[in-house]
Design a protein around this ligand. Structure first.
Ligand SMILES: Nc1ncnc2c1ncn2[C@@H]1O[C@H](COP(=O)(O)OP(=O)(O)OP(=O)(O)O)[C@@H](O)[C@H]1O
Length: 261
């Protein structure tokens, strides 16, 4: 099982404070990880390191077998799918949905005068179909519902057939129906043959799709626990991470947590 991400003693310092603090973490290609932790724990910052968007202040990051300090980022980044609200904000609201997905092949947001290859256009339509978005291909991105926009962002992030897929809070702000549909599709994708390694940041254990295998729990930039879901998502470790007394239950591959009092 090849390693796709290896962080060794990685720290990230922002404004003089260590927002990621001496993190050691290994992700293998067959694994599907969720990163959990309270606001400000450093989840997004870790994901930015994994996406080759941020360099560690100290320590060593190896991504898809390449040393982050020496690899050409223009070669590495297309091998990584990344969906986040920061990227979504860069998508022009008037952009056609099919172009939102298509432009990923050229690592841009917003279509200008690029000549697109037929093979890319066909792939963009196929990816939209796979995420139940085919009927929206000609609509403008800004007119879609939140749930549809989230799915378009994921479709965009898998357009280049990445070896590592990073999703930052893909289910945030969705209503119950849209959340469940997204989790069902993500779970199906995560379990499908040929799916890449996946790392998904979330605040809620209820948002972990079936088929996910591992969890990294972060608190104050440090690893509170990491490993297989069943070992890590206990009342004890999750409670320590969020600073609460919790009941944690698992039913049929889905988790829930609530305060004991
Ligand atoms: N550019 C920056 N300059 C200064 N501080 C920053 C910067 N980016 C992030 N931080 C700080 O780093 C810490 C970790 O932020 P990060 O976004 O990684 O946390 P998070 O776990 O994803 O939080 P949330 O759940 O609220 O999204 C926070 O305290 C944040 O304020």
């Amino acid at each position: 099982m090849p390693t796709v991400l290896q962080l060794t003693d990685v720290s990230v310092v922002r404004d003089g404070s260590r927002v990621v603090d001496s993190v050691n973490w290994t992700v293998d290609s067959e694994e599907r990880w969720v990163v959990l932790g309270p606001n400000g724990a450093g989840k997004t910052t870790i994901l930015q390191v994994a996406a080759a968007q941020t360099h560690p202040s100290s320590g060593h990051a190896e991504i898809l077998g390449e040393d982050l300090g020496s690899v050409d980022l223009f070669d590495l980044r297309p091998r990584i799918g990344f969906a986040s609200t920061t990227i979504a904000r860069r998508i022009p609201p008037k952009e056609k949905v099919v172009d939102v997905v298509l432009t990923a092949a050229y690592s841009v947001t917003g279509r200008w005068n690029e000549e697109y290859e037929g093979v890319d256009v066909r792939r963009a339509h196929r990816v939209l179909d796979e995420w139940n978005l085919g009927h929206l291909a000609e609509r403008t991105f800004g007119d879609l519902s939140d749930g549809e926009q989230k799915r378009v962002q994921i479709a965009r992030s898998v357009m280049t057939d990445p070896e590592l897929l990073l999703l930052d809070e893909p289910a945030a702000s969705l209503d119950l129906g849209a959340r469940e549909e997204l989790l069902r599709m993500l779970g199906g994708y995560a379990s499908s043959e040929g799916a890449p390694a996946i790392v998904m940041v979330t605040h809620h254990v209820e948002e972990i799709p079936r088929g996910f295998t591992h969890a990294l729990l972060l608190s104050h930039g440090q690893v509170e626990a990491s490993g297989p879901l069943a070992e890590v998502l206990t009342a004890e470790t999750l409670g320590a991470t969020f600073g609460l007394d919790l009941d944690v239950t698992e039913l049929d591959g889905r988790y829930s947590a609530r305060a004991t009092s």
